[in-house]
Design a protein around this ligand. Structure first.
Ligand SMILES: Cc1cc2nc3c(=O)[nH]c(=O)nc-3n(C[C@H](O)[C@H](O)[C@H](O)COP(=O)(O)OP(=O)(O)OC[C@H]3O[C@@H](n4cnc5c(N)ncnc54)[C@H](O)[C@@H]3O)c2cc1C
Length: 437
């Protein structure tokens, strides 16, 4: 997604662009077939549509092919050990007053988030400085999501629900930047999805590229930044004026023949994604979230590369399609549906949702596990690459976009806590910096 977005933006400026893709276009977002149904893998929730609109504006596209629709139920029902919590919390709910306090504390950041996502993080930029100052004021002396949530002194059920969203950074709340604790309040009312499914995002980016003459070729085996040359998997050498990597920084280093270590305790989480097809619509809300019962035990297990006793599960239901996403450590471990841990976690999900035997009644199931994500993405299958210290997380990402005069980089690994808005925003940033350079 990052590579396609930047390819379209650079082609729009009149450059001749070639995209090299080792597997299938889309990376983590791709279409697979499950029981005769087309299923989109990877991202399910589209947030910060304003960033997408900025991409469209820079491409001078006058219509939006995504037809984004609000997702019923917002961020969904969070089945905490202290009771279910819908986010957003509606008026009349016992937790509404606490939720309003969280929203008030987060509100000053709302006008600045798009700036943080799309502006090069330079202390010479007044817009970046204003946005960072607003964020610093809202997070106060609490650098982590856990610290910020504790300081709100809200009901334990709401606090537990808020903690789950630290995982948008790919990290448990004690390791994630405080911004991620504010996110539920900032996005709960604006979560959406393209009417035709997430695959339409991939189709649109691909279409923008082909309309601008972008060429597509196979994967890359070696990168020589000094000469701008790429050795393709077949042995052919291709030369370019400029190279932009949209792969993990450690993987790129290996392609350049440089050592780059990716230590396990610093990796963001991986996952087991279970995609199930049914012959009838599944009677579940669009999104259900089942948090770990104990975040400290969850964090300790992830850092040790062990399977958490009970993990964070996200359940997305869309007619006859169901996705259950289980959080797992980034150890590139194969975790099939028969694995005892996977079976126990899926049984827990069914029990909490009061749907015993749900997955057994599916007409077909496909599973993508950490070994799959490791193959195409980051070491260990870490979905968002390395987890950086809190002061470098989220939008405060003093990342080296430019590695050498002829080698730049974009993508999830460059924007920790990536996700669609950070990937699109990162492509806008690199496009702007390249235009200036
Ligand atoms: C289960 C799951 C759920 C998610 N849910 C959400 C969500 O709800 N909302 C959200 O915003 N985000 C979500 N995300 C995150 C989001 O999907 C990713 O951050 C995003 O797809 C990453 O895009 P990318 O372009 O940076 O990287 P990737 O998708 O990993 O793309 C990298 C590409 O590089 C290619 N490649 C690798 N090596 C080579 C090589 N040597 N030569 C050529 N090509 C190579 C790969 O084949 C791949 O196509 C989710 C992710 C997962 C896995």
């Amino acid at each position: 997604m990052a590579g396609l977005t930047l390819a379209a933006l650079l082609a729009q400026r009149g450059h001749a662009i070639t995209v090299y893709e080792a597997d299938r276009l889309g990376g983590k977002l791709r279409r697979i077939e499950v029981g005769g149904l087309s299923v989109d893998t990877g991202p399910s929730l589209f947030t910060f549509p304003g960033v997408w609109h900025r991409v469209l504006a820079r491409l001078k596209e006058s219509s939006d092919p995504l037809d984004l629709r609000p997702l019923p139920g917002g961020l969904g029902i969070h089945h905490t050990p202290f009771g279910p919590v819908p986010l957003p919390v509606r008026p009349g709910h016992a937790l509404h007053a606490d939720w309003l306090r969280v929203c008030e504390a987060a509100a000053p950041v709302a006008p600045h988030l798009e700036t943080l996502l799309t502006t090069p993080p330079r202390f010479t930029s007044p817009a970046f400085l204003r946005a960072s100052a607003a964020l610093a004021r809202a997070t106060g002396p609490h650098p982590t999501a856990e610290g910020w949530i504790r300081a709100r002194r809200v009901h334990p059920a709401l606090a537990h629900a808020l903690r789950t969203h630290a995982l948008n950074a790919g990290l448990p709340p004690a390791d994630a930047p405080a911004l991620y604790a504010l996110l539920p309040a900032l996005i709960a009312g604006h979560v959406c999805r393209p009417a035709g499914g997430m695959g339409v995002l991939l189709d649109s980016l691909h279409g923008f590229c082909t309309a601008r003459g972008v060429q597509f070729r196979g994967g890359v085996g070696q990168v020589d930044a000094a000469s701008g040359s790429l050795t393709l998997d077949g042995g052919e050498v291709a030369r370019h004026d400029l190279l932009v990597s949209a792969i993990d920084p450690a993987r790129l280093a290996a392609l350049r023949g440089l050592p780059m270590h990716s230590p396990l305790p610093r990796r963001t989480v991986s996952g087991v994604a279970v995609y199930a097809a049914f012959t009838h619509p599944v009677a579940l809300p669009a999104t259900s979230i089942i948090p770990p019962s104990n975040f400290a035990a969850f964090r300790a297990a992830l850092r040790a590369g062990a399977l958490p006793p009970d993990t964070l599960a996200l359940v997305h239901a869309d007619g006859p399609r169901l996705a259950v996403l289980l959080t797992a450590p980034a150890t590139a471990r194969p975790l099939t549906p028969e694995h005892p841990w996977v079976r126990a976690q899926l049984a827990r999900v069914e029990q909490v949702l009061n749907m015993p035997g749900l997955l057994a009644s599916a007409s077909a199931i496909r599973v993508l596990d950490p070994s799959h994500y490791a193959q195409g993405g980051h070491p260990g299958g870490a979905i968002y690459g390395l987890g950086h210290p809190v002061w470098r997380g989220g939008p405060l990402h003093p990342q080296p976009y430019c590695l050498s005069p002829r080698l730049w980089q974009v993508g999830t690994g460059v924007h920790p806590g990536g996700g669609i808005p950070a990937i699109l925003g990162g492509a806008l940033i690199v496009d702007q910096l390249l235009a200036q350079s």
